[in-house]
Structures are given as C-alpha cells and as structure tokens.
Design a protein around this ligand. Structure first.
Ligand SMILES: Cc1cc2nc3c(=O)[nH]c(=O)nc-3n(C[C@H](O)[C@H](O)[C@H](O)COP(=O)(O)O)c2cc1C
Ligand code: SF4
Ligand code: SF4
Length: 474
C-alpha cells in the first residue's frame, strides 16, 4: 500500500491553516498590500506588525553582522511597533481577511498595561476579523522603557496578569510571544500558561550591539552619533531559539502549542523547529533579505522531505526530537568515537592538524612518511619535524579542476594521521576540515556497556570531591 501524499495543512491552537509558514510580526507585515502579496506567494499566515500604543521611529534603524561573505548573518534593529494609526491597520486587516478568507491573519498587540486598554484593543482587533491575537511581550527596546514589550515579558507576574486580562475578553486564540532576554524562558511561559494562553511563540529578538565604527567611535545603527541596544535576529540566533523552544516544550508546566521563530530561512530550519515540538513557524529576517518568494522552496522542500521520510502530516514528526535532548548527566560516558581521515579526499591543507594541536588533544600527526609509526618520539619531537616539513612539502594543485580532491596528487606526507588511542572524539578536526566527508567521526567498540554520570554517582563510583561540586538543581 503506498503512503498517502504529504500535506502541509496544520491546525495550530485551533487555527486551521493551509501550511505552517507564517510571516512574523515585522516590516514584511507592515500593511495590507504587503500581506496580500505574501499570501499570493504562498505564505499560509501573517502576524501583523505590532499594533498599539502610538510611537515615533528613529532613522536609521538597522545594522547587521556579515560573516565570511554571507551578508546579514545577524540583523539588529531599533525599530518600534507599527507607526501607522491603529484604525488604518485594523481596516486593512479587515480588507485582507475579506479578500483572503483562507489565509490566517494574527493581530500582534502591545498597549499600556491597563485592563481596559487591553480589553479595547482585543475587541477592535477581533472585530476587524483577526483569526487570533499575539501579545508582544518581547520588544527589547523603546517600548520596554515605557513599561511594555520585554518589560512585561521579563516579569512572569506581569505576563500572567496581562494574559489573563486578554483572556477575559478574547474570543479567538491568544498567543503569547516570549522574549529571549531572560535567564529562564520557562518562567514567563509558565505564567502565560497559568493565565490561560492558548499558545506561545518564541523567540522575539535578542539584546545586542552589532558594532562600533572605529573612525568616529559611534555605534551602529547610528542615530545622530548615538545608538541604543537593539534586537538581534536572523541566522545567527537560530541555535539560541532552538534551545529556548526545547526548554519550553520539555517543561510540562510551560508547554503549549508553540510557534517557532528565530533564524528560519529554509525548509530545513522549519523542520528542525517542528522536530523540537513547534506546531508552525514564523519568518522575518529571511524575508527581509530575500523576499516573499522563499516560501516556494520552503514548501517544496518540506513536502519532499516528508515524502522521503514517510510523514503525511506536520503532526507526524512534531516533537520527534524532544526525547533526544536530555540533561548532560544522562549522556553515555562510555560512547567513544574517533576521527578518521579519508586519504582519497584529503587536500593536505593540514587545518585539522593545527586545530587538534592548538585547540584539542594533540593527536593528529604529520608523520605519514615514516615506514611505521615511531613510538619513541615525544609529541614535541613530532611537532618539530612536522613544522620543519611544512615549509618544504609541495602544495597540492588546488586549481586542477577538482582533481586535487585526491591523494593521488596530495603528497602522502601532507595527509595527517590520527592517533585513535588518544583521540577524544571532540569533532573539532571534522568541523574545520574544508572538504566535505573527508574526516568522518566513527564509533569504536570499546566493549563497555552504556553508563552515564547519574548512574556513576548513584553507584558510588564518583570520587568524593566530584560529588561535592555536583549541581543539585540539575
Ligand atoms: C525590523 C524588525 C522589526 C520587528 N518588529 C517586531 C514587531 O513589531 N513585533 C514583534 O512581535 N516582533 C518584531 N520583530 C521580531 C520578529 O517578529 C522576530 O521575532 C525576530 O525577528 C526573529 O525572527 P527572524 O530571525 O526570522 O528575524 C521585528 C524584527 C525586525 C528585524
Ligand atoms: S583531513 Fe581535511 S583538514 Fe586535514 S589536511 Fe586533509 S583536507 Fe585538510
Ligand atoms: S576529534 Fe578532536 S581529539 Fe580527535 S583528532 Fe579530531 S581534533 Fe583531535
């Protein structure tokens, strides 16, 4: 029997949507015209640029970090919420919903911390036809100085209070957007859950200063010679976002349907967030960088991967990776891997050698010309010989149209050797090696049964001193 064709249709906190790809509340959802173009491109939903208290924005607003030829690896902004009048935003939401009834529009809201003010904005957003509400408890600059945004998200009691006010009035699902600028994101998540939130979204942007101009000593983005800490997002924040998503979803007191946000730009990113328990994902920086049409690859890629893996729906793989993230004390201390260098792929650059000697455990050697490994020489002697040889060994022909990916033209003396007995399996050499799959990490059968730190301490195998410094908060 053949597996049914995969579908991207999802139901998130009771909101049915044609796919799990939503635009995050940000400039790509500033106005109705943009949101409609995004829906035409294929986005399932859009969280409207936050509506609420009146603001004035500064100029300039964005700065970024480039990394190794990649522009906007991390994006920083000091923009506030929507600077358009609330009634204009709400009228456009109504118009978008009239024209695109099947697409999801979520109203992102932020007003001053008063019960009546929240009740009023909730009513107006729902009257305009919003399918749900997202409470912006995350904006890290400007609004927080006025007691809104992350000033709320950082204090679980405020978070709980405002969520409960909103829940008193709301008829549609309420999503609480969490700030990452807090030591334990589970605390505001638990508070939101206690107050009856239907869902969470994470993360908003991370406090950051992207850089200082070394000519005039002024920070970026420059506003008349000064700047302010801004919110960081884009590819650089994805690992932080994944960690926070995992923390929330692994905590029964916090877990709710979760919309994953932070550095998502490809179907692979989206799949990772869903594997850690997210019901859908939101995207900002990648769309600001490459435009709405990235959705085409995201949809095609996710569907193709689901078909390959035999998944029919998003729920089939949601959360599958959660049991694989655990506390360090439960990791198998008897699991042993070592680095293996594949000579046929090695180009003899010796980056692995340098990394292992200076940054790891001194167990990659440049002694391949010796007829047999010489165990009489100390590491210092091996290094001295290698250092001498490095300047005399011919460089492989890196410009020979790919042929250099073969040890046929990489002199043997440039291909390093791993001393497997002393290799601790840290992965560093494989991470720095510029040739894909040239260094693989392979498991060694050491004949030992699995055993973790927790088991060792319970069995009394841990020296007294080590037990004393154990973290009892685990
Ligand atoms: C210029 C800019 C403006 C933003 N404005 C808002 C906003 O008004 N409300 C909000 O909840 N989040 C806002 N965000 C945060 C995004 O919605 C999102 O949480 C964050 O950028 C992380 O996602 P990303 O890595 O895909 O950009 C803004 C982000 C940027 C870059
Ligand atoms: S194994 Fe990789 S890093 Fe090491 S020399 Fe060969 S190509 Fe360079
Ligand atoms: S895995 Fe670590 S210890 Fe082992 S050879 Fe590579 S860098 Fe050295």
């Amino acid at each position: 029997m053949s597996t049914p064709k995969p579908t991207l249709e999802t139901t998130f906190a009771g909101i049915k949507c044609m796919n799990p790809f939503w635009l995050a509340s940000a400039p790509p959802t500033n106005c109705g015209e943009q949101v409609m173009r995004a829906f035409d491109a294929g986005w399932g939903g859009a969280v409207w640029k936050t509506i609420g208290a009146p603001i004035t924005n500064v100029s300039s607003r964005y700065s970024s970090i480039d990394w190794d030829g990649h522009r906007m690896m991390g994006l920083n902004n000091i923009e506030l919420i929507s600077d358009r009048p609330t009634e204009v935003n709400l009228r456009e939401i109504a118009e978008v919903k009239r024209r695109y009834p099947k697409n999801i529009v979520i109203a992102s809201l932020m007003v001053e911390s008063k019960r009546e003010t929240w009740h009023e904005i909730v009513q107006r957003a729902e009257d305009a036809g919003a399918d749900g509400l997202e409470l912006n408890f995350g904006c890290p600059h400007g609004m927080s100085e006025r007691g809104m945004g992350s000033a709320v998200g950082q204090v679980p009691e405020y978070c709980e209070q405002i969520t409960s006010w909103v829940k008193e009035k709301a008829r549609t699902p309420v999503i609480v957007k969490l700030t990452p600028n807090i030591s334990d994101i589970r605390m505001p998540a638990r508070a939101a859950k206690r107050a009856g939130a239907d869902a969470l979204s994470a993360i908003n942007t991370i406090n950051s200063i992207t850089g200082i101009n070394l000519d005039n000593f002024q920070p970026n983005p420059n506003v008349d010679g000064k700047s302010s800490h801004g919110g960081y997002c884009g590819p650089a924040v994805k690992p932080i976002a994944l960690n926070m998503v995992q923390q929330v979803q692994s905590d029964p007191a916090a877990a709710l349907p979760l919309s994953g946000i932070g550095g998502i730009g490809t179907w692979r990113d989206a799949a990772e967030f869903i594997l850690l328990g997210c019901g859908n994902v939101q995207v900002c920086t990648a769309v600001m960088h490459y435009g709405y049409r990235i959705i085409e690859d995201m949809q095609d890629g996710l569907l193709a991967w689901m078909a390959e893996k035999g998944f029919t729906t998003i729920d089939d793989f949601r959360g599958l990776s959660l049991p694989n993230v655990t506390d360090w004390k439960y990791l198998n201390l008897n699991y042993k891997i070592v680095a293996r260098i594949h000579e046929d792929l090695c180009i003899g650059c010796q980056l692995c050698y340098t990394a292992c000697w200076d940054g790891a455990h001194q167990c990659i050697h440049l002694d391949r010309t010796a007829p047999a490994p010489d165990t009489t020489r100390t590491p210092a002697m091996v290094e001295a010989t290698s250092a001498q040889r490095i300047s005399t060994t011919p460089i492989p022909k890196l410009d020979s149209g790919g042929a250099a990916h073969s040890s046929a033209i990489t002199p043997l003396e440039r291909i390093p050797r791993v001393d497997e007995e002393h290799c601790v399996g840290c992965n560093l050499c494989a991470l720095v090696c510029p040739v894909e799959n040239c260094i693989t990490m392979e498991q060694i059968n050491n004949g030992l049964p699995p055993q973790n730190w927790d088991e060792r301490t319970s069995a009394g195998l841990v020296p007294e001193g080590a037990r004393e410094v154990m973290n009892t908060n685990g």
